[in-house]
Ligand binder design. Structure first.
Ligand code: GLU
Length: 400
């Protein structure tokens, strides 16, 4: 993933005529905090916080708990965050954190201890005007609340602006939980408008029905009745039907702990994740993990549009092949920017001691997403590039 991120940045920077030294400057990270978190006497986990750039504002980006987290991945994700905040027009930099752990194997009290120890170690290096972490894969408002509490105990900070993605009664923002999915809906709507397809029926498959994909599907169902959800998957299987699926029903099923492999409904077929990637739909939404579509599983996708809701879900090799076939890929740093946009709005509310209505938050989110999308199409047309390269060009213009 780091190679892909570096290749994308280098290509866009070269198009802008930047020299080697400037490109190096865009790739290098400012600080890399690497440490270990011990739980009891027998468990030890590798932990990271990489701060890539604070040129435009405090470092900003999530913390993921996943067994495959390593320094290179966190570096790549931290780098992508700087380009995401820049492309979205936010006064923020980029960073990312992670712990190499499978949180599902921890007891609740171990998860709390891990979260608190993570915040305790990093307390000197983060803060409302230094680095503002947030949730990411397998982290949520509860985990962030523990971290905020630990940070406040150590530093005395009362603003709660040290982290975003907090729970609502702990300084969180309305609309933050749905923000990445909602932002994805806005990004897709903007693309369809750009293509003159906004009033057509659009069929959709969603890979990954977690924090991001489920909100994408439920917001889409509410706002765009002409979009038809035909398939959705979790980490081990998917559901598919030729008649539109009910996103709210699927969401309830997942919230109750259901697995798609055991989903039963007339007309609904259980398919593999691999099958989902190759369904005959208009739009493939990738809301699971990085490199979900790669050289190994790449098959000529049927979808003419791919929305990258996860971070880096299409590997560079797959990206090149898909682009050659004329597939339009809405790049992650725009498609999934809704999360960090509402994180920014949460941070502003904390700093100003304000609480905005959900309507106001969603309006602001829409404004940022529409502007970022307009800028994207303008640059792609002027420079005659892919949307991916255009997103990086826009970010680089703000970062140099
Ligand atoms: N983890 C999200 C992302 O990758 C949100 C980051 C944030 O809100 O700071 O964009």
């Amino acid at each position: 993933m780091l190679e892909t991120a570096h290749a994308l940045i280098t290509r866009a920077a070269k198009r802008l005529g930047l020299g080697d030294e400037q490109i190096e400057g865009l790739l290098k990270t400012d600080h890399e905090h690497v440490f270990k978190i011990e739980l009891g006497s027998s468990k030890s986990f590798d932990a990271y916080r990489v701060q890539h750039s604070n040129k435009l504002g405090p470092y900003k980006g999530g913390i993921r708990f996943h067994p495959e987290v390593d320094l290179d991945e966190v570096r790549a994700l931290a780098t992508l965050m700087s380009f995401k905040t820049a492309a979205a027009g936010l006064p923020l930099g980029g960073g990312k954190g992670g712990v190499s752990v499978n949180p599902k194997e921890l007891k609740p009290e171990e998860l709390e201890e891990l979260s608190r120890k993570y915040a305790r170690y990093l307390a000197p290096y983060i803060g409302p005007d230094k680095d503002v972490p947030a949730p990411d894969v397998n982290t949520n408002a509860q985990i962030i609340d523990w971290m905020v509490d630990e940070y406040a105990k150590i530093t005395g900070d009362k603003t709660k602006a040290s982290f975003t993605g907090k729970s609502l009664n702990n300084g969180g923002s309305l609309g933050r939980d749905a923000a990445t999915g909602r932002g994805g809906v806005i990004a897709l709507a903007q693309l369809l408008k750009h293509l003159g397809r906004e009033s057509q029926d659009i069929t959709i498959a969603v890979q990954g029905f977690g924090n991001v994909g489920s909100f994408f599907a439920t917001v889409a169902a509410a706002d765009h009745p002409n979009w038809k959800l035909l398939a959705a998957s979790d980490s081990d299987a998917g559901v598919y039907s030729t008649e539109p699926l009910d996103a709210i029903e699927l969401d309830k099923y997942k919230q109750d702990g259901g697995r798609f492999r055991a989903y039963k409904k007339e007309g609904v077929h259980i398919i593999s994740n691999e099958d989902l990637l190759n369904l005959d739909v208009d739009v493939l939404v990738l809301a699971a993990l990085g490199d979900a579509v790669n050289q190994t599983n790449y098959k000529p996708s049927q979808a003419s549009i791919i929305l990258e809701l996860a971070n880096g879900p299409v590997s560079e090799a797959a990206f090149n092949k898909l682009s050659e076939r004329g597939v339009t890929i809405v790049p992650d740093i725009i498609a999934n920017a809704g999360g960090v946009i509402v994180s920014y709005l949460e941070w502003v509310q904390n700093k100003e001691s304000e609480h905005w209505s959900e309507e106001r938050v969603n309006e602001e989110l829409e404004r940022y997403m529409v502007k970022a999308s307009d800028d994207l199409y303008e640059t792609a047309e002027k420079q005659d590039t892919s949307l991916k390269e255009a997103a990086f060009i826009n970010a680089i213009r703000r970062l140099i």
